[in-house]
Design a protein around this ligand. Structure first.
Ligand SMILES: [Fe+2]
Length: 210
């Protein structure tokens, strides 16, 4: 048999989309869980959303907002490698009734988005689907079922756990699986933006975001 003509094959990722999860349970009290569950909710498209869209500003939820800020700081320093502050802008409570999910969407005017599973998640836990594509795909070249890898996968799935915060770039399309249980599926979601200086004064690219 002839020896392989191709040697020293080396495959590396050029870029990657980050996703961070962290456990914030120690910052959440039962009293806060009840407080969030009692917030007035109104109809969203299919699910329910809190009337107030800045719930992390409520003093009652301060320890949770602080823990989310800590998680954002880790993301900013470790993943983004920046010293500016990524802070929460809008924050809201969500409720999915049985058979209700959330259509695919991304978040505008936001750097990172996140969700926080502050209370028990009904079983089976609806998963979060992340879709790498942001535009119409004229060509869909799918890998063979057993050949999925980081390069060819178009959808990645996360099953959230109680007490967890999930952080990801706001530009990433995501959808929530239908609630397959008979109970309500509750979560908090939030958007963020950057505070601090970007760019360079002499380059006339400076932007001071306060
Ligand atoms: Fe979302």
């Amino acid at each position: 048999m002839r020896a392989m003509a191709v040697e020293n094959v080396d495959i590396q990722p050029l870029f990657a989309t980050p996703f961070m999860r962290a456990d914030l349970s120690s910052a959440i009290t039962q009293k806060q869980v009840e407080y969030i569950q009692n917030l007035p909710m109104i109809r969203n498209r299919d699910n329910m959303i809190s009337e107030d869209l800045y719930i992390f500003r409520h003093p009652e939820l301060k320890s949770i907002a602080d823990a989310v800020q800590e998680a954002l700081n880790i993301y900013a320093r470790t993943i983004m490698g920046i010293s500016q502050t990524v802070y929460v802008t809008q924050s809201w409570a969500l409720l999915n009734q049985p058979n209700v999910g959330m259509h695919s969407h991304a978040h505008s005017n936001s750097i990172l988005s996140g969700s926080l599973y502050y209370c028990d998640l009904p079983e089976p836990v609806s998963r979060v689907f992340f879709d790498r594509h942001t535009t119409y795909q004229q060509l869909e070249i799918r890998p063979d079922p057993d050949k999925a890898n980081l390069y060819n996968t178009s959808v990645n799935t996360i099953t959230p756990r109680k007490g967890e915060v999930l952080l990801f770039p706001s530009s990433v399309n995501h959808m929530i699986e239908q609630n397959g249980s008979k109970d309500l599926r509750r979560a908090i979601a939030f958007n963020t933006f950057i505070r601090g200086k970007l760019g360079d004064y002499r380059d006339v690219s400076e932007l001071d975001l306060v």
